[in-house]
Ligand binder design. Structure first.
Ligand code: ZN
Length: 269
C-alpha cells in the first residue's frame, strides 16, 4: 500500500500506517456536506464519512531525504504511554519495508505546529521527548516558530516542541525559501499563523498542508471551521487545483495524492 511517485529529480514515497473512515466533524464538515461532493466517493469518502490516514510522506532528492508532516493529528493514540512503543516499532518497520529506514531520514518538514506526530516521541525513560528520526533536524517556518514563542502550545505538544527547540534541533525557513534542493516553501497563513505549503520541482507536486485537511475540502468551498481566512484559503486551493498538478495532503487516505481534472479530484494511479 506504499505510494511511490517518481519525478525527474525527486521521488515521493508515502509510508502508510493505517487508513480509517472517520466522522467529518473534525474536518469542519457535516455528513451532508460530504455527500454533496459528487466525486468524493468512493476514494475519499464513504456515506457521509471521510477517509483519512496515518502516514508519512517522504521526499527523496538523492541528496536529501525529508519526511513531511509525519503522522499528525493522532497524538492521543501515537503517544499513549502504554502503546507508543508498539506504534513506533510498527512505523519503523513500515519505513524499512518502504526501503527508507528511519535513521536515513535527515529532515522533518512541518507545515505548521498542530500536533507532535512523529516530530518527537516519548523518551525511553518516560521523561520528556526525543527524536523518532534520530538523524533528522526539524524544519519549520520562521513564522511558525515566532508564533510558538509568542503563544507556546499547551501541554505535551508544547513540551515536545520546546524540547526540540531547546536542544537546537529546529531550523527555520522563510517564505519562498528552498527548504531542500527542489522544494520551495510558501508561507500561506490562512489556516494557522505559521502555516506553509511546499512546492516540489517548480510545482510538479504541491503539499497543501491543512488548507485541505481531506481531499473533500477541494469541493466544499470556504471553510470557516478550519481556517481564519476561509475565502483566501479557498482561492488558494482553486489556484493549485487549476493546473492539474499533483496535490498531496498529510492526512489524506490512500493513495494520498491526486489531480484535479476540471470537475473532480482523481486519485493518483
Ligand atoms: Zn492544521
Amino acid at each position: 500500500m506504499t505510494t511511490s511517485i517518481r519525478f525527474d529529480g525527486a521521488t515521493l514515497t508515502r509510508v502508510l500506517y493505517l487508513d480509517a473512515v472517520i466522522d467529518p466533524e473534525p474536518t469542519g464538515l457535516t455528513p451532508d456536506d460530504v455527500r454533496a461532493v459528487r466525486w468524493a466517493e468512493p476514494a475519499w469518502a464513504d456515506n457521509g464519512q471521510v477517509r483519512a490516514a496515518s502516514c508519512c510522506w517522504v521526499i527523496d532528492t538523492g541528496e536529501r531525504r525529508v519526511v513531511v508532516d509525519p503522522s499528525g493529528n493522532i497524538d492521543e493514540i501515537l503517544h499513549d504511554p502504554t502503546t507508543t512503543t508498539a506504534h513506533q516499532d510498527a512505523y519503523a518497520a513500515a519505513f524499512d519495508a518502504a526501503g527508507l529506514p528511519i535513521d536515513t531520514i535527515d529532515g522533518v518538514l512541518i507545515s505548521h505546529i498542530e500536533s507532535i506526530g512523529l516530530s518527537a516521541v516519548r523518551a525511553d525513560n518516560g521523561q520528556g521527548w526525543r527524536r523518532f528520526f534520530g538523524n533528522a533536524r526539524v524544519l519549520l517556518s520562521d513564522r511558525a516558530l515566532d508564533h510558538f514563542r509568542q503563544q507556546p502550545a499547551a501541554g505535551e505538544k508544547g513540551d515536545a516542541f520546546a524540547g526540540l527547540i531547546d536542544a537546537g534541533l529546529v531550523d527555520t525557513f522563510a517564505d519562498c525559501d528552498e527548504v531542500i534542493p527542489g522544494v520551495q516553501a510558501e508561507w500561506t497563513g490562512m489556516h494557522n499563523p505559521g502555516h506553509c505549503a511546499f512546492h516540489v520541482l517548480g510545482g510538479a507536486a504541491t503539499f497543501v498542508g491543512h488548507l485541505a485537511v481531506t481531499p473533500v475540502h477541494l469541493g466544499t468551498g470556504p471553510n470557516a471551521n478550519q481556517h481564519y481566512e476561509p475565502d483566501l484559503a479557498w482561492t488558494w486551493l482553486e489556484r493549485v487545483k487549476a493546473d492539474g498538478r499533483l496535490l498531496i495532503g498529510p492526512l489524506w487516505p490512500s493513495p494520498g495524492a491526486g489531480r484535479w481534472s476540471g470537475d473532480s479530484f482523481a486519485p493518483y494511479a
